[in-house]
Design a protein around this ligand. Sequence first.
Ligand SMILES: NC(=O)c1ccc[n+]([C@@H]2O[C@H](COP(=O)([O-])OP(=O)(O)OC[C@H]3O[C@@H](n4cnc5c(N)ncnc54)[C@H](OP(=O)(O)O)[C@@H]3O)[C@@H](O)[C@H]2O)c1
Length: 282
Amino acid sequence: MTHLVIAGVTGVAGLATYRAALADPAVSRITLLTRRVLPDWIAASASASSSSSSSPSSPSSPPPASPSAPPALPETEVVIHPDFGTWPPALAARLAAADALVWAVGVPVWSAPRAAYEALMVACPLAAARAIRDARGEGEGEGEGERRRRLFRFVYLSGLNADPTGRSMQYSAQVKGRVERELAEICGSTAGAAGMRAAAVRPGYFFPPKEHAEARARQRGVLARALDTVQTPLLSAVAPGIYTPLEVLARFVVELGKGRWPERTVFPNVEMRALMEDGAAA
Ligand SMILES: NC(=O)c1ccc[n+]([C@@H]2O[C@H](COP(=O)([O-])OP(=O)(O)OC[C@H]3O[C@@H](n4cnc5c(N)ncnc54)[C@H](OP(=O)(O)O)[C@@H]3O)[C@@H](O)[C@H]2O)c1
């Protein structure tokens, strides 16, 4: 059974991942890592498409079970951590006890000066990975040996054109590529199967679907929603290589969190979609 940590649950990819995790019977526990108190629409939207009619459980309270109850939803806990740039050892140890962290945090490249953009997009995921690596190396309590024998997956939501060589002319591709490269180094510095593995997922364009109207309205503005009424149908029809169905992305990252494809570290959009078509939901 898998314990998944999701950073960025208020965002498009993060919320879809939460929905997919709730619907996956192999996920027993979910930790939502957020910088602020979660608004009510998150739980409402997440439970709207989960296989059960129950709401996600409140922090640290697994849903009650009874013979006639629907399948139990994974336990959900919320960890509020205002500064994703610093990871105190106690928090890092908590995260390190999970099986995977899905890093779905981000802002548009145009929304911040470069220094602030890189502080969030580069320094934060790398600081989180280092802190988890250090925590996994230091645990000595009961069960720590067993925990360290399990692979920890750092699942990073990268970008379609990420370029780890740094040669791309596109700034955001350089940034994403740098994070991919340094995450691989951090995770690669842990010992073999007992350590961590980075998985860089490179999706194309995705957008909150119309079936989740409230989340769509909360997560994207009027103009973006208007543009998307053209963009999603157009890209999915004529340029599927640069488009990613949100549900496919979400199920894919949950599969990564469960340990699928452990030998691979980079998942370009087209390959991700092919892997899912080949039966990833098995
Ligand atoms: N959308 C696409 O088409 C697309 C395509 C390819 C790759 N990607 C990449 O995929 C990732 C997720 O994208 P998305 O579209 O799902 O993002 P999104 O909808 O804009 O959500 C971003 C998430 O990041 C969190 N966040 C922003 N600033 C933060 C901070 N300073 N500290 C902590 N959390 C912060 C937000 O939380 P708050 O609610 O607290 O602000 C939110 O949960 C990004 O890295 C993006 O570059 C996106």
